[in-house]
Design a protein around this ligand. Structure first.
Ligand SMILES: C[C@](O)(CO)[C@H](O)COP(=O)(O)OP(=O)(O)OC[C@H]1O[C@@H](n2ccc(N)nc2=O)[C@H](O)[C@@H]1O
Ligand SMILES: Nc1ncnc2c1ncn2[C@@H]1O[C@H](COP(=O)(O)OP(=O)(O)OP(=O)(O)O)[C@@H](O)[C@H]1O
Length: 282
């Protein structure tokens, strides 16, 4: 018996950091948005052992892969004797700010809960998921949502318009931990307006959504990699309406009216050493 599951990536339409917590994590307030770009997991039931293979974008398939960590966590927590053979088709760029690892972890929790007939609720899966990564609970929920706490306190929002999204991922990846470490919360002068973005999404006008985009981690990652500013300018020049870094970066995204416009604009981009993907909000 087996299952095939889509694991969608995300972008952050807003990302605000409120304070540093004693454990080193940060309290955030952000609007998360699923995108059509996804990895695919094929999961087959077997006795005890967890096995992982992968194709597509290169990614480690060792014990540090979040798919294996998620499966082992579920085994430990439920005491099941079941195992799984998992194949990952990796399409989401790695260490990109698109929650690639978190979404694979979320898909593994969902898939194995079903395949092993564990009967855990989504809330229970989210409580386990946050132990694997702050973005995992959102990846279990999907759609559009406000995330608070370290990212695990979620308020779902009405479905947002299916704006097109052009993603530009430079050849390098960034460490999320290093970006948060590089942020001086007290020195932040501007914060994204979460409520205004919620209104803009409800109103559904791209120009209003574009005006409210904001990510306080941009200053850190753009400071480390000034070439990201050039990518932002290029995306604006070809006609993307709103342009922002996703998560801790380095992926820059630009919004368009729809997926067809994103495909058209992506074709015009001549950005050496970058991966360009046209997708959409879902
Ligand atoms: C940047 C975002 O992707 C925006 O959605 C998330 O805030 C990060 O989510 P993530 O990669 O799933 O985060 P984790 O894997 O849990 O954490 C990686 C590292 O980022 C830092 N981190 C993460 C989330 C958070 N609210 N505060 C933090 O300071 C911590 O140093 C942590 O060690
Ligand atoms: N299944 C996986 N897919 C991608 N990366 C994984 C996976 N499992 C573990 N990793 C590791 O996680 C690290 C972060 O990669 P990931 O693609 O999740 O970053 P990200 O998109 O920046 O995440 P986020 O947006 O949640 O901060 C990488 O160093 C990668 O090796």
């Amino acid at each position: 018996m087996g299952l095939t599951i889509k694991a969608h990536g995300k972008i952050n339409l807003t990302l605000d950091v409120l304070s540093r917590r004693p454990d080193g994590y940060h309290d955030v307030e952000m609007i998360m948005q699923s995108i059509a770009l996804h990895d695919t997991l094929r999961i087959e039931d077997q006795e005890e052992e967890i096995m992982l293979t992968a194709a597509g974008q290169p990614v480690s398939i060792d014990e540090d892969n979040l798919i294996i960590k998620a499966a082992r966590l579920l085994q430990q927590q439920t005491g099941t004797q079941r195992g799984a053979k998992i194949h990952l088709q990796k399409e989401i760029p790695v260490a990109a700010g698109l929650a690639g690892g978190s979404t694979d972890a979320a898909a593994t929790l969902r898939g194995l809960n079903e395949l092993w007939q564990l009967g855990l609720s989504r809330k229970q899966l989210m409580e386990l998921g946050v132990r694997l990564g702050a973005d995992v609970p959102f990846c279990l929920l999907g759609g559009t949502a406000i995330a608070r706490g370290i990212g695990e306190e979620l308020t779902p929002l009405p479905a947002a318009p299916n704006f097109g999204v052009v993603l530009v991922k430079p050849a390098f990846g960034v460490s999320t931990a290093a970006v948060y470490r590089g942020l001086n919360v007290a020195s932040l002068r501007q914060h994204p307006r979460t409520n205004s973005m919620v209104d803009a999404l409800r109103f559904g006008q791209l120009s209003a959504v574009a005006d409210e985009l904001g990510n306080v981690l941009e200053s850190v990652t753009l400071g480390l990699y000034p070439e990201l500013q050039e990518i932002k300018e290029t995306l604006t020049e070809v006609g993307c309406q709103g342009v922002l870094m996703s998560g801790s970066g380095p992926t820059i995204f630009g919004l368009t009216e729809d997926a067809a416009a994103a495909i058209k604009l992506a074709r015009q981009l001549a950005l050496p050493n970058c991966k360009v993907v046209a997708t959409a909000m879902v």
